[in-house]
Design a protein around this ligand. Structure first.
Ligand code: INI
Length: 155
């Protein structure tokens, strides 16, 4: 049996991060969690490129530009869409999710969905360094594992 699994070594991996400024306090915590885990996994400091965008709706177009630049091996998309804040929650969250998925499929570069979609600010805070962990840190690990499993598959 041939089994491919990606390891969690970040050495030699270049990461792009697209972060949405909306709900900035929460998103900065996701960014810090992602950068901290990436560095501890061996990603070099100068191999991380961070781009801020206004809101989650703008993430896909910027993720597409980064993914097709040839400068990064994976793109982490970080944001927080909170239902209580907006009547157009479903549009913003839905477009962010489907746009991010499309960029990954169109470019072949792993694009990780680290956008919180929650009913309340408290739920978002719990997932950004609170009781429910840090989804930015989880996104960084998912990026590294996916890059490594793709390298194994692509030879
Ligand atoms: N953007 C977010 O990232 N999170 C939100 O909760 C949010 N709310 O509540 O509206 C939000 N809206 C802005 C949106 O992403 C775009 O920036 C805006 O519509 C301009 O295109």
């Amino acid at each position: 049996m041939i089994v491919h699994e990606g390891n969690l070594s970040g050495a030699g991996i270049r990461l792009g991060i697209v972060a949405a400024r909306f709900n900035e306090t929460v998103v900065r915590t996701l960014v810090n969690g992602a950068v901290d885990v990436a560095r501890r996994a061996g990603v070099a400091d100068d191999a991380i490129e961070l781009v801020w965008v206004p809101g989650a709706f703008e993430i896909p177009v910027v993720a597409a530009t980064l993914a097709s630049s040839g400068r990064v091996d994976a793109v982490l998309c970080l944001g927080a869409v909170i239902r209580g804040d907006t009547p157009h929650f479903d549009y913003v969250a839905g477009q962010a999710a489907s746009g991010v998925a499309k960029v990954g499929l169109d470019t072949g570069v792993p694009v990780i969905f680290g956008v919180l979609t929650t009913d309340t600010a408290e739920q978002a805070e719990a997932r950004a360094g609170g009781k429910a962990g840090n989804k930015g840190a989880d996104a960084a690990l998912a990026a590294i594992e996916t890059v490594n499993v793709l390298r194994s598959l692509r030879g």
